[in-house]
Write a protein that binds this ligand. Structure first.
Ligand SMILES: Nc1nc2c(ncn2[C@@H]2O[C@H](COP(=O)(O)OP(=O)(O)O)[C@@H](O)[C@H]2O)c(=O)[nH]1
Ligand SMILES: [Mg+2]
Length: 268
């Protein structure tokens, strides 16, 4: 609890058994709700999550990273969260920064806070592959130019959102894949939410990074497409569901492509 706001941490997980305990072990005391959604992992992620006392939900198929986040945010809202922090369970980001991020939202100064690996200047030293670093910088420059924003990066997997953000964005219109993250930040900017940043060290080791070069390239093209859609929507050259205020939101309906997640016993 911070400033009377209930804080949830959501963990979109896929084969995270090797790093989950370490990640959870460093969560600060201000966290009221710990929610993990397992996207049909092949390892013991879900069993371990229950053992660690997390509210655990399991998808009945591998629906993808974006779809996983949809479930995460919906469960957090249903559980009464006021502030939701998304943290990868792969121990890539420092869980101890949850307090700082959630506080920036709880203060009512920001609606969204991202933990930037670029701001601290240690991304490469932390092991980020050079091609990812260069792509990150180039895509960020392009996106800042088009959106008229000044973020240090759009690609971090460590973010905090206020409840109204999650209730307002038409998140069910987003991709089920990794570009979900980028669409979400573009939406936050489009709908006028205030985005703040803090710096965050990053760790790259085999278990913390599984995305192949090919998937990274696909993600990059997805970012360019999202940015072009933003431009067209903003200048009346096209209309896209992800930027439609009346688009499908988390709490209105289930995403049509996926069956409802199998709730395999949320641990109270
Ligand atoms: N739901 C889901 N999550 C995935 C999948 N593949 C990777 N992830 C998760 O997405 C996050 C980012 O992937 P990761 O390999 O760490 O990417 P990187 O750190 O940017 O190289 C991690 O938390 C993974 O657990 C998948 O197929 N489905
Ligand atoms: Mg990672």
């Amino acid at each position: 609890m911070i400033n009377g706001r209930r804080v949830a941490v959501v963990l979109p997980a896929y084969n995270a058994a090797g790093t989950l305990a370490q990640t959870i072990g460093q969560l600060p005391d201000c966290v009221d709700l710990r929610i993990l959604v397992d996207d049909f992992s092949a390892d013991q992620t879900a069993a371990l999550a229950r053992e660690l006392g997390l509210q655990t939900y399991v998808h009945d198929s591998n629906y993808g990273y974006g779809r996983n986040q949809m479930t995460c945010y919906r469960e957090a809202l249903d559980a009464g969260a006021d502030i939701v922090v998304m943290l990868h369970p792969d121990y890539q980001y420092d869980p101890r920064l949850v307090t700082a991020m959630a506080s920036m939202v709880a203060s009512d100064v920001y609606d969204v806070v991202i933990a930037s690996r670029i701001l601290g200047g240690t991304a490469l030293a932390g092991g980020m592959p050079r091609y990812k670093y260069v792509a990150n910088r180039a895509l960020t420059a392009f996106q800042n130019l088009v959106l008229g924003a000044k973020l240090s990066e759009y690609h971090t997997g460590y973010r905090a959102f206020s409840r109204p953000v999650l209730e307002t964005l038409p998140l069910l219109e987003n991709s089920r894949d990794f570009v979900f993250d980028n669409q979400m930040l573009a939406q936050c900017h489009y709908f006028g939410f205030r985005i703040g940043e803090i710096s965050c060290p990053t760790r790259y080791f085999p278990e913390a990074s599984s995305i192949s070069f090919r998937r990274s390239v696909r993600y990059g093209f997805g970012v360019v497409r999202t940015t072009c859609q933003y431009y067209c929507q903003k200048h009346g050259l096209g209309r896209f569901p992800i930027f439609d205020r009346a688009g499908r939101k988390l709490r209105e309906a289930e995403p049509p492509v996926a069956a409802a997640p199998q709730h395999t016993g949320a641990v109270a």
